[in-house]
Ligand binder design. Structure first.
Ligand SMILES: Cc1ncc(COP(=O)(O)O)c(C=O)c1O
Length: 373
């Protein structure tokens, strides 16, 4: 019965070149990785590994329960304070993923009295958060501040939240944060910015909200993942203390979920310390991204991601396969994972790439793109 149900769906995806497959990597694979999100090149750093191992020895292999039961360790609170201080906010609350941080904050602020105004390019976690929030959701054209202002001004709901990313995950372009914060304030709304691709990368590492002078404002909330530049796992919501208390009491993805593993907390804390001590790492991301962008003939992006439009989904997959055959891993993004329907190669610049690796990757990628396009 399940086969009759699902096999035609799989065949339909296959016929459009849109089926997805998992590919397990081995720990010692000898490739240049331009597909993962380890932007600062810290996932195998001995300082993070030692911190995570020590946390396992000290706290055990799991958090044992949800945060409100026995899952909150001193490590969780240390991480929350450190992230809030680094990014310039009063308080922070850690979730077990960035996805859950987004679900957690949007659903806790949502409801019939709250309008959500969401950029059309936001990440799936923010889209799903809007669906769960029981709010009216207005989707506005990408980075269109006038459209945001119009729906905020015309609303009937007493509260509103403007939802965006600081650096968008696929196109790696920037949101007009200062303008969005200004219109949010003028219209009695809150601005929620997902810095998944900003932390560790923009604003010298502290993110785009900090760089724009918006961190710590009463109507500005930030979410981050700890799984990309910070090379760990988990997510965080940053903002005023009153928000943190509200989430502890009202956010179902926080309350009904086992706490983040202590090893991930310790790794994220260690990553933050490295980031503070080695400010050259974010700079290295931008120079690697600029080199990759030049070789692919696309403009340099705001973040670590270099997004290369391809003729179609099949060409994208073929190009990624050819790169892999030549020892370079790149991402292939196709609908529905692309906001504008255009399939593309997604290359991620890492701080840890050697000059030789970058040169080799550029040679392979430029040859493959001209062969496939
Ligand atoms: C913009 C954005 N927000 C949220 C997430 C989810 O973060 P996590 O992988 O920690 O669940 C991601 C990454 O996958 C992302 O790109």
């Amino acid at each position: 019965m399940l086969n009759d149900w699902l096999a035609p769906k799989a065949a339909a995806l296959e016929s459009r070149g849109l089926n997805r497959r998992l590919r397990a990597r081995s720990a010692d694979e000898d490739v240049i990785d331009l597909a993962g999100n380890d932007y600062l090149g810290l996932s195998r750093d001995s300082r993070l590994i030692e911190a995570a191992a020590e946390a396992v020895c000290r706290w055990g292999t799991g958090a044992t329960a949800s945060r409100l039961v026995t899952g909150t360790t001193t490590l969780h609170e240390e991480l929350e304070s450190a992230l809030a201080a680094y990014a310039g906010h009063e308080a922070g609350l850690v979730f077990s993923s960035g996805y859950l941080a987004n679900l957690g904050v949007v659903t806790a602020l949502g409801g019939p009295g709250t309008l959500l105004v969401s950029d059309e390019h936001v990440h799936a976690s923010l889209i799903d958060a809007g669906r769960l929030a029981r709010s009216r959701v207005e989707i506005v054209p990408h980075n269109d501040v006038e459209a945001v202002t119009k729906v905020l001004a015309e609303r009937n709901e007493p509260q509103a939240v403007v939802v965006t990313e600081s650096v968008f995950s696929v196109l790696s372009d920037a949101a007009p944060l200062a303008e969005l914060a200004a219109t949010a304030r003028a219209n009695d709304a809150v601005l929620l910015v997902d810095e998944a691709h900003g932390v560790g990368v923009t604003g010298g590492g502290r993110g785009s909200v900090h760089a724009a002078g918006l961190a710590g404002l009463e109507h500005v909330i930030v979410t981050m993942t700890l799984s990309k530049a910070l090379a760990a796992q988990g997510g965080v919501v940053l903002g005023p203390e009153v928000l943190r208390s509200h989430l502890i009491n009202r956010s179902r993805p926080f309350i009904y979920d086992t706490a983040l593993n202590p090893a991930a907390c310790a790794a994220a804390l260690a990553a933050l310390r490295v980031l503070i001590a080695e400010p050259e790492r974010p700079v290295a991301i931008h120079s690697a991204a600029a080199r990759l962008a030049a070789v692919c003939g696309v403009p340099a992006a705001t973040g670590a991601v270099v997004s290369v439009p391809m003729p179609g989904p099949r060409e994208t997959v073929r190009a990624a396969e050819l790169c892999r055959d030549n020892g370079v891993l790149v991402g292939s993004f196709r609908p529905p994972s692309v906001p504008d329907g255009i399939s593309r190669l997604r290359l991620t610049a890492h701080a840890g790439l050697s000059d030789a690796d970058l040169t080799r990757a550029c040679t392979v990628i430029s040859r493959v793109i001209s062969e496939v396009s």
